[in-house]
Every structure is written in structure tokens, then in C-alpha cells.
Write a protein that binds this ligand. Sequence first.
Ligand SMILES: [Zn+2]
Length: 313
Amino acid sequence: MIIDAHTHLFGSKDWWPQWVWDAVSSIQAARSGKPVEFMARHRDESFDSTGNIAIANMDRAGVDKAVVCVVDLGLAVPGEDTKISIEEINRLTCEIVKKHPDRLYFSVGVDPRRRNALEILEMGVKELGAKTVKLYPATGWSPSDRIAYPLYERCADWGVPVNFHTGPVFGPMKSKFTHPLLLDELASDFPDLGIYCTHCGHGSYMEMLAIARARTNIFCDMAAWLAWFYSGEGLEFYRTWRYITNMLGAGRMLFASDQTGPKFTPELKDEYVDWVTAVTQIPDWVRDAGITFSQEELEGYFSKNAIRLLKLD
Ligand SMILES: [Zn+2]
């Protein structure tokens, strides 16, 4: 059983402000060497108002279930909120998830600075059945800012974990808000709240581990770490995966992709399939280098830890 604990899905362009798509297209164009227009066209083909593209991708990669996270980026740039409300985006995402009840789970997205943030949270968890709450501080707030504390209080009461992006983000959002150190205060103030840190801080993973070692309510995934393979550093990836597992403990690692539909690399590789293959079919040369994972660790990584943290059925 493979559970992808952190993915995204977009019914249309209106689910994010235009500046986000422009930023994503130009980053992907820079990475792939293709024109920005090509990336934008490709992106338009991956909007998925039924969830069928997501399911087809999961089938192709051999993933059984996935958590679909709504990301509220509407307040990042003043005056440039999404064309449709975040309440509506959450509702529409939940509708798509419900079309595939045996494959998809829902995670509600909300910016704690919205005046009705608590209502959105409550609707997401109590009415729409969200398994986590996706929070994106890069839009301009610190995870330990008191403005978010009422949300954490509710989540801790309900036993619903919060999910943070950690590590660098594209502009005009600010990476200073996604540094792992900013999670320390909240993790200390809410010891019973499950805090799920996606990407394990990416380049800041040592700081992420330094904090997480002392805060046992922190969980991590290594989504979007595939660049190591493509840059010819495959062995370094496995070594780091092993190291993170040792430092964090195998029970606090989740498998996730951050999948948002097909992405392009310079060689036009299929990143989703490559990522799943890299972790499910560990090459012999990794074992030959003395890097191994026990059956129990892998079962935790691929499903059991997510089932426990997110209370999945
Ligand atoms: Zn993500």
C-alpha cells in the first residue's frame, strides 16, 4: 500500500491568483529550457476538474491513495486574491475528492489572516472531512505568529494535524517564513498537535532535524527531492534519506510527492513515476554502498505513519 500524503490538484486557473501561474511557468521554463508559453500551455492541459488526471497519474506510478491539499495563496499579494473564494475552492476540491472515495483524501487550505479563518477551518474539518489543514506561511506570516494560534487550538482539540510547507518558495512569496526554526515555538506550545512539515525543509533539512529531534510531534516528508537524481547525485539522496530517517526516527517519515500534475524536467522525464520508482525500487548499488531500509521502516514510510498521523481509514 502506498499513500501519497501531500499532493495538489487544480480544477482551473482561477484556483490560484494569476501571479502564481506566471511564477510557476517561468521557473519551469528556466528548468526545462522550453519557452514560458510552452510551459503555460502544458499547465493548462493538466487542470483537473474531475480528479481523473490525478487518478491516472497514481495508477501509472502505482500509488494507492493520495491526500489532496488546498493551498490558500490569495493574500500573498495585496489586492490579488483568487477570482473565486477560498471557501469555494475548498468545497470544489472536496467534491472532486468525493468522486474517488477509495483513492483520495481532502486537506483544507486556509490563511489564518482571513477574517473568517476559523469558519473556513471548521467547515473544512467538520463538514468536508479534511484529514489535515494546509498552511502556507510564505504568503507573509510566521508559523509561530499568534494570529494562527486559534487554528492550532482547534486542530489540537480535534486531533487534526497541520501541514506546513518548509524550505524555499518562489517570489514574490518569502522563504524567510518557511524556515524550520519558525516551527519550534508552536511545536513547543502545542505538544499534542501533529505538525507535518513537507519537504523536510529542503536545503534547510539540518535545521529541520535539529528542531524535530526535540519536538516529537513533528513529522516530515521528502517531497520534491528528486532533483538529486537528475543532477547525478542519486547515492547522496539515499544517504540523506537514511540520515533523516535515523535522526527523525522511521515512525515520523511520510511518503509524499507534492504532485500537481505532470511536471517537466530538461529531459522531459516523468517525475511522478521516477520519484515513486526511486523509493519503491531501491537499486542494488545503494545496498552495495551499505545503505539499507528495513521492511518495517518502509511500511511505515509508505503507509502506516500516514494512517496514524492523519487518522486515515
Ligand atoms: Zn505542496
